[in-house]
Design a protein around this ligand. Structure first.
Ligand code: J2J
Length: 535
């Protein structure tokens, strides 16, 4: 598989091993270790279902054997699109146990994204829930099978109809081949790239370290009860430290059925939750909901917030209103994680996004000529380290732009560092809109909009929004008849684009401002829109 992803240079890999970051452990070892130590302890709660570590491990063992018997071999990929249910953990570890690589799609993805991910990853199987929030994923599976016949199997949690149910993935345990710890353990979706979404290969070595170290920095232990509110296919609630960090620490994961503050806060009270992670717009909702929800949040110790900029005024309200402490997290599925520390002063916790978790995270802040800026000044962040990728999956050409010659990842984030080393995220240099934590690669949406007959040209820009941080605005040069927003949304919907990527606004232009290089000047477009919307 070596041409699929870019390994770290051998001398650096040797250093990471020598320093104990890479321990030759797989993600399967993570569950096995805890299951051995904490057999009867509660591993996961999902509604009325409560599985101990022994039960989770036993289910994983039988499912892994069944998957192996179907002919899926180490290194094969399976596209996984599951909501926050216990079966997510079961399947995730079952795939790890037989060396098969999960490709993590979000429940919100639709035909456009799912087909792209299946083709890009070369997945041989697709795993879904029967239906979730009113959407029948078996319908999507039928469309996928028709368009990508190499997807041979469909596994369904729930009623499988013509497909294979999770319950049928049950075989006598057998000795399975062990994956190499330097091989790819999981493919995560990137939100940070131009064009179609890319996949991020995370190896067992690097992800195990990512999980261990973030669990340590977050202070997780056997008494942790972690509420998974955000979709667990996201790196943050999955592994930073998230559910995998909780399993590593021997705590209990509680799956939250939906993201509403009502459900979330009632779960905190009912399940005595100690830790959870939210994106900034959800923090606002959780704060406001205290006015009408009187669920007791007394067990909650730490709230982690990341994914988008957290307004300091909102940050300052967390402790007085929710009664728990705040930990800011600036992370990326590509790797680098910054956390504020539990013993940081209030100023750092409220105003900064923390500092890197590893002593060997190498951060470089540069100007437009790739030259390092004066310490304390603002610039684009480049990073490399023991858990930051060296190349996207099967994207050789794009990788030449996304990485420097010496292997730094060009994050596209505009940041500065305080004298104490804390990172403050100031903005962004990449063609992505961060809509309340969900990343929207604008080129992907623009290309689909160009196929609408009334669209001559289009640019999607982010406009400031009090709740979501940013919303998307489609700036359109019409062809003939002027299109309407509902018509454009219906067009994208018919093409199978996830709902969160549909534009929130439409503004019609006669010409676009351009940059010196003759490209559309998105920044100028965004300010034109902001000016025209201020009263
Ligand atoms: C401002 N921007 C932020 C923050 C991420 C933990 C937390 C988040 C993610 C994540 C993650 C931000 N303030 N606190 O994977 O493990 C923006 C940056 C970054 C991009 C990455 C994790 N935290 N961002 O959000 O891969 O622009 O990961 O480059 O989805 O989100 O997005 P993603």
């Amino acid at each position: 598989m070596s041409h699929d992803f870019t390994p770290w240079p051998a001398p650096l890999a040797a250093t990471y091993r020598a320093r104990g970051y890479w321990r030759g452990l797989t993600l399967d070892d993570l569950l096995r270790d805890t299951a051995r130590r904490r057999e009867s302890h509660l591993a996961i709660v999902d509604g009325e279902r409560r599985w101990s570590y022994a039960e989770l491990d036993g289910r994983v063992e039988r499912m892994a054997a069944a998957i192996y018997r179907l002919g899926l071999a180490p290194g094969d990929r399976v596209l996984v699109q599951l909501p926050n249910i216990a079966e997510f953990a079961q399947l995730f570890f079952a795939l790890q146990r037989c060396g098969v690589v999960p490709v993590l799609a979000l429940p919100a993805h639709r035909e456009h994204e799912i087909v792209h991910l299946a083709v890009l990853s070369g997945s041989r199987a697709y795993a879904i829930a029967d239906s979730y929030q009113g959407f029948d994923y078996r319908e999507l599976a039928r469309k996928l099978r028709a368009r990508v016949p190499s997807v041979n199997h469909v596994f369904v949690a729930g009623i499988a109809e013509e497909f294979t149910s999770f319950d049928a993935l049950d075989a006598e345990p057998e000795i399975l081949p062990l994956p190499d710890s330097s091989s790819v353990a999981v493919l995560l979706l990137s939100g940070g790239t131009t064009g179609l979404p890319k996949l991020i290969p995370r190896t067992h070595d690097d992800y195990h370290y990512n999980i261990r170290e973030s669990a340590r920095v977050a202070g997780l232990g056997t008494d942790t009860r972690y509420l998974a509110v955000l979709p667990v296919a996201h790196n943050f609630p999955l592994a930073c430290p998230g559910i995998l960090g909780t399993f590593h620490a021997g705590g209990t994961v509680v799956m939250c059925a939906d993201g509403s503050p009502e459900t979330g806060q009632e779960m905190v009270a009912r399940e005595q939750i100690t830790d959870t992670a939210l994106i900034p717009p959800l923090v606002l909702l959780w704060l406001e909901a205290r006015a009408w929800i009187d669920a007791d949040l007394g067990s909650l110790r730490w709230l982690q917030v990341g994914g988008a900029r957290l307004n300091p005024e909102v940050a300052a309200r967390v402790r007085p209103v929710l009664g728990c402490r705040l930990q800011q997290v600036y992370g990326m599925a590509e790797g680098l994680l910054c956390f504020t520390r539990h013993d940081d002063g209030d100023d750092a916790i409220v105003h900064t996004q923390g500092r890197p978790i590893s002593a060997d995270d190498e951060l470089r802040i540069v100007d437009e000529n790739d030259q390092e800026v004066t310490p304390g000044c603002t610039g684009e962040l480049q990073v490399r380290g023991p858990y930051t990728l060296r190349g996207y999956w099967r994207s050789e050409e794009y990788n030449r732009r996304a990485f420097t010659d010496d292997g730094y990842y060009r994050s596209g984030d505009v940041v500065r560092r305080t004298a104490e080393g804390h990172v403050i995220v100031e903005g962004r240099n990449k063609d992505v809109v961060n809509r309340g934590g969900e990343k929207i690669p604008v080129e992907e949406v623009e290309n689909l909009l160009l196929s609408h007959p009334a669209v001559l040209d289009v640019a999607i820009v982010g406009v400031l929004d009090e709740v979501l941080g940013e919303r998307t605005c489609a700036c359109v040069l019409p062809r003939g008849e002027v299109p309407t927003l509902p018509a454009l949304k219906a067009h994208l919907n018919a093409l199978g684009l996830a709902a969160f990527k549909l534009p929130d606004r439409l503004v019609i232009f006669e010409t676009f401002p351009s940059t010196k290089l003759g490209k559309v000047n998105r920044r100028a477009l965004a300010s034109l829109i902001m000016e025209s919307s201020t009263p």
